[in-house]
Design a protein around this ligand. Sequence first.
Ligand code: NAP
Length: 211
Amino acid sequence: MKIGVLGSGHVGGTLGKRWAKSGPEIVFASRDPQSEQMKKLVDGVEGTARAGTVSEAANASDVLLLATPWSAAEAAIRSAGDLSGKILIDAVNPLIVPSLEGLSLGTTTSAGEMVAQWASGAKVVKAFNTVGYYVMAKPEFEAGPVAMFYCGDDAEAKLVVKRLIEDVGFEGLDAGPLTQARVLEPFAMLWISLAVKYGYGPGIAFHFMRR
Ligand SMILES: NC(=O)c1ccc[n+]([C@@H]2O[C@H](COP(=O)([O-])OP(=O)(O)OC[C@H]3O[C@@H](n4cnc5c(N)ncnc54)[C@H](OP(=O)(O)O)[C@@H]3O)[C@@H](O)[C@H]2O)c1
């Protein structure tokens, strides 16, 4: 499997490195693929990885991770070109920045649904938006696996994403169709506000229990 990472920052860099370790080949996209930062990222990968432009990463890959700031998501998708048939994992939260005081849209739509409109023909699955990259780097907790909800409208794409979630060490939980991004994005705000504002710090995560 080849995974293109659109937005190779905290989330993209962390997940790309972890996936590379378990087998997939990673193309880390950047607007400046020759930068020192990208060289350092690729050199730190245990597995197969290279840096490229957004369109190179998209063309070379069957699965893409969108991990840009919300303000750059549409531009990144436009730069990627034709995404028909590709799986696009959307980790983006439409945060109000820099205050992180809330989301700039929601309840009757979501970033996930807007991403699906822009990425015409792609199979969009919302995932990896509900915990910080710090947890993605090390998702092991004594209490059990960390819940990672995902949602989307294509059953096969969701199975692929569930595997990629579990390869990183989370419990993948199907939360339903892509409209469920309307609740997964505010759920991310709970993690962000607890971790950043209300004293819990970034080493927190949610475990899913069933009776
Ligand atoms: N940080 C977290 O813990 C966390 C957790 C869950 C979800 N998220 C969400 O994940 C997304 C990424 O967060 P992050 O913290 O990883 O951000 P980040 O560290 O700032 O990385 C974002 C990357 O996006 C790239 N980028 C910016 N504008 C672009 C454009 N027009 N086209 C293509 N690439 C562009 C930049 O790479 P170049 O400059 O190299 O192009 C940058 O490295 C955000 O939407 C955030 O809400 C974050």
